[in-house]
Design a protein around this ligand. Sequence first.
Ligand code: GLN
Length: 534
Amino acid sequence: MKYIFVTGGVVSSLGKGLAAASIGTLLEHRGLKVLLQKFDPYLNVDPGTMSPYQHGEVYVLDDGAETDLDLGHYERFTHANLSQLNSLSSGQVFESVIKNEREGKYLGATVQFIPHVTDEIKNRLKRTTENNPDTDVIITEIGGTVGDIEGHLFLEALRQFALDVGSENVCFIHVTLLPMVKAAGEIKTKPTQQSVAKLREIGIQPDIIICRTEHDLDDDNRRKIAMFCNVKRENVVAFRDVKDTIYECPIDLRRDKVDRLVVDSLGLKSDTPDLSKWQSFVDRLVNPTHKTTIAVVGKYIELNDAYKSIYESLTIAGAAHDTAVEVIKIDAEDIEKHGAKAIIGEVSGILVPGGFGERGIEGKILAAQYARENKIPYFGICLGMQIATIEFARNVCGIEKANSTEFKKKTSHPVISLQEEQLGVKDLGGSMRLGSCESILYPGTKSYELYGGVDTIHERHRHRWEFNPAYREQLEAAGLTIASVSKAEGLVEIIEIADHPFFVAAQFHPEFKSKPNSPHPIFSGFVKASLEHS
Ligand code: GLN
């Protein structure tokens, strides 16, 4: 097994995650089997409880792990199927050290940062290795910036790990920023030198330095960085700001042959990558023939990262239909104040994403009504499915008080409720339905057709509330189609409206399963319907 560790220096938000993901893409195109993971030094056990304002979207894996959005990049840029093991935070590390200490597992020893905490980190790497015996390379991104107090233990653990497994099996890649000082008209390499010095202080000598830069990196600067940072000149790689799309990143990094440097440094045999399919995907993204406009009606719309996978899935689906997808971000609360027509206006599709809590709910319901009545393609995801159900119950079935018990605990018509409430259980567990689940698709529905006529699907979940089966018959009689139910419990997974160009809403999160050249079928169908509508 070979290991790549990606650290960052100088500033945060350097695109370390994209650099790691892109290296994954390139190695995969060389025929290697890769696995990507993230070590995050923060103290939260996972980002599941963090506000999207703090952390962007929570990316959910098949096994239900709630992870950093960088894992979304990893899964979209490669075919790696990630698990709980691939997302480690300081919170998890300390939780397990303290648990071991309480259980007396350290046999009376004084429990210390080194070796107990660092061993815990190394053990995780060993477990990942053991669980993925057919993997060629594990790429681990370390969150944060070199020099952060909280990242120090992770770096120390990696230094030791490299000694344990042999330095010939480990490649350290350090991503830094080369700022341009406008007044001097020069790119500055000093911050990179200092950040590498910081890394070497810990005992880590990077093998490759990836320099984020707005400009080209000339020979002089390459030589300077190489000399001061103690690496070969060709191992200084430029990572330019990509012009149009993040999917250009692997192509940009390939210009300095970063993948060859990596395989050479690790002594791996592999083929020259054929990036033609990836390139043609990028070409379609950059020069689309058509354009369609889709409104995303949400709560965290001012924050790009909050609905990251949804935006990426729309872009990916757009490429499949040779169309640019212009996303109009709409705050649901604005619809409550001014009405759907005034705020949403003329668009070719309306998407209501997932969410928690009461704020903006009535605005989202108005958006679903606007889409249904005006025959505008509608795509509801998780909460977007629940509010579409409420809207249909209220305005088509005439159940005026229809609501979810999430928003109105004592509602007389809980069309969306907790499973415990549906079963009459007193003790509300309040635990979320998380991760992949198998569901049945009903033939004759739009979804059945979109998925290409398969009978069962596997999709990822992250929610507590459910469609209340007590209302199923009444809603179906009024024209709502149930297109899918979970295999185990019969929980409603997809609703549709047949008498509509495209009205599909899913209880699960299809945005976690789109990849370049392989858009999720519902996203693909939605973008196609929007294009036809426009
Ligand atoms: N708040 C809703 C629930 O928990 C929807 C969750 C979501 O959209 N992810 O069921």
